[in-house]
Design a protein around this ligand. Structure first.
Ligand code: ZN
Length: 171
């Protein structure tokens, strides 16, 4: 999921408007940022045969990353913003969980794999599944945003940007 992570950050923004949107977007990508860093370091190989992402993407590790990321905001922004930032990190796991290159682990090297068994769906099916998730999250964003009196132009721009991002990912 790529565009869906942006959409999740926007949806969370409407739950806690005081949270900076950049903090939520970065939060929604924390496991991928860590994954890229660990891939470069050779700890989490990205090649299909040796693919490994337990340190960046397993449930327990994502919970830990979420707690650490949230902790960065407690002193400066208070608990509600910190919780929103942590929720953004957790949303990454929720969105990656249904379909992922390799089923996500409970914790690093755990034999327990969390999966819906959809890991090998065709790219086009995956794209449609993501589209449905993106639309659902953007609907939450637009609906809650309108309730919070976010200008319609900003809601439309944000939704259009996320949809455009997903369209360029068309396989
Ligand atoms: Zn990911």
């Amino acid at each position: 999921m790529f565009a869906a992570h942006f959409a999740a950050a926007l949806a969370i923004k409407t739950r806690e408007p005081r949270a900076p949107v950049t903090a939520l977007v970065i939060g929604a990508f924390v496991p991928d940022i860590i994954w890229v860093a660990l891939a470069v370091a050779g700890v989490e190989p990205a090649a299909k045969a040796t693919f490994f992402d337990d340190w960046s993407h397993s449930l327990c590790m994502v919970a830990l990353w979420a707690a650490l990321y949230a902790a960065c905001f407690v002193a400066s922004r208070g608990w509600p913003v910190a919780i929103a930032a942590g929720a953004a990190v957790l949303s990454h796991f929720v969105l990656d969980f249904p379909i992922h290159p390799k089923p996500l682990a409970l914790f690093p090297y755990s034999r327990v794999r969390l999966s819906l068994g959809l890991s090998n769906v065709p790219a086009m099916t995956y794209w449609y599944v993501q589209m449905a998730v993106v639309l659902a999250l953007l609907a939450v964003y637009a609906w809650q945003g309108a309730r919070l009196r976010v200008p319609a132009s900003r809601l439309t721009q944000s939704c259009a940007m996320v949809l455009a991002l997903h369209l360029v990912m068309l396989p």
